[in-house]
Ligand binder design. Structure first.
Ligand SMILES: C[S@@+](CC[C@H](N)C(=O)[O-])C[C@H]1O[C@@H](n2cnc3c(N)ncnc32)[C@H](O)[C@@H]1O
Length: 358
């Protein structure tokens, strides 16, 4: 079953990001569930794995487009072809996974990349659809000469972008690009992390909040701009840790501007090098962690040695998820049901949420 996720399928689709496009959806979901179950079995973790929840919803609200000039001199904007550097141009192909607003962002990106053609650099554009319009962060351009920056501002205005940034530095903000986490309005940093689909965010939040029921002091580790923190703060005080200080500043501003939330304290910290210590953890009655693909190994050891007795683990990598859960089980934690969540339709990616108690 997991072979399906290797993407080695007959009639592989044109675009490399969607290796599973020809596989029926129920088989994709079954294979994703099995990849989580297999990773847990291989790590020696005994846990029941629920069916995979389809969280594609209305589509991906965030994508990275490549803008490249081909050997024929034509500028193309889109995704890489399977096993190739050629670009599948979004002007010629409708992408089956993107929100329409994100698909439409290919045209502003084309104008922006065309404007920067003289730099002869491969440009990537991180595109996010927000409540107030498109937020685009261009990467790969290096330092932009002032004259070219003015042109970028003009194109952003003509195409109605909410915000345009280059390498995370805002070039122009026509309107703050707002996303809503519960009651809080958040303006994430340019290119900052957001769950890939709105439906995915809602499913992950629902599971995390269910697993935290009754907690009063919660640690949110790898908190980003506060996807979980700002919802948890409705019923518990939260300490949020994250190494992206701009994301934490967005979280903090949103907390200060939102009535009715309990106290949130933030700390910028590299949790791989300096995990939250047992002493700090002992003041919490539950911890959530949602690390990048490398997982939360150093953090799992600290939690295992602490007096915390409830952990909610969220992950985008079954292998490191299983490894981290194994560490926790060695400290006496027992996993409850593990729920796989699919917000990356047609790709091999899968997320999982588990609660562990002792
Ligand atoms: C999968 S995202 C989850 C973010 C947040 N929980 C959410 O749902 O929006 C992982 C987060 O870990 C942060 N991160 C990556 N490496 C880190 C590290 N070494 N220490 C602390 N945070 C890190 C990233 O900046 C990102 O915000």
């Amino acid at each position: 079953m997991t072979d399906v996720l290797d993407g080695d399928v007959a009639e592989a689709p044109l675009c490399g990001g969607c290796a599973l496009q020809t596989i029926p959806l129920d088989e994709q979901l079954a294979a994703k569930r099995e990849s989580v179950a297999a990773a847990l079995r291989n790590a020696g973790v005994e846990a029941e794995v629920a069916p995979c929840i389809d969280a594609h919803g209305t589509g991906r609200r965030r994508a990275t487009f490549h803008a490249r000039r081909g050997e024929d001199g034509v500028l193309r904007v889109g995704f890489s072809e399977a096993r190739s550097h050629r670009i599948v141009d979004l002007a010629e192909h409708e992408c089956p996974i993107l929100l329409p607003a994100v698909q439409a962002a290919a045209e502003p990106v084309r104008l922006l990349a065309k404007h920067l053609l003289g730099l002869k650099k491969p440009i990537d554009a991180v595109v996010t659809s927000t409540e107030t319009g498109l937020d685009i962060d261009l990467r790969g351009a290096g330092k932009i000469p002032e004259k070219l920056r003015l042109g970028l501002v003009e194109i952003a205005g003509q195409t109605g972008l909410a915000r345009l940034a280059v390498h995370g530095d805002t070039v122009v903000e026509m309107r703050p690009p707002v996303v809503r986490f519960g009651h809080a309005e958040v303006v994430p940093p340019p290119g900052g992390f957001l769950q890939a689909t709105q439906a995915g965010e809602e499913v992950l939040v629902r599971l995390v909040l269910e697993h935290l029921e009754g907690a009063k002091q919660v640690g949110d580790l790898f908190a980003g701009s506060g996807t979980f923190t700002l919802r948890i703060a409705v019923f518990a005080e939260v300490k949020a840790y994250e190494n992206n200080r701009d994301a934490l500043a967005s979280l903090d501003r949103a907390w200060r501007a939102t009535a009715g939330l309990k106290r949130i304290t933030i700390e910028g910290r590299d949790l791989f090098r300096r995990p939250v210590t047992t002493g700090e953890l002992n003041a919490m009655d539950a911890v959530v962690f949602d690390p990048p693909r490398a997982g939360a190994e150093a953090q799992a050891w600290e939690i295992m040695r602490s007096r915390v007795n409830r952990v909610v683990a969220v992950s985008c990598n079954p292998g490191t998820f299983a490894r981290d859960l194994k560490i926790l089980t060695e400290g006496g934690f027992k996993p409850g049901i593990v729920t796989p969540v699919d917000q990356f339709r047609h790709s091999a990616h899968v997320e999982a949420v588990a609660v562990l108690t002792r």
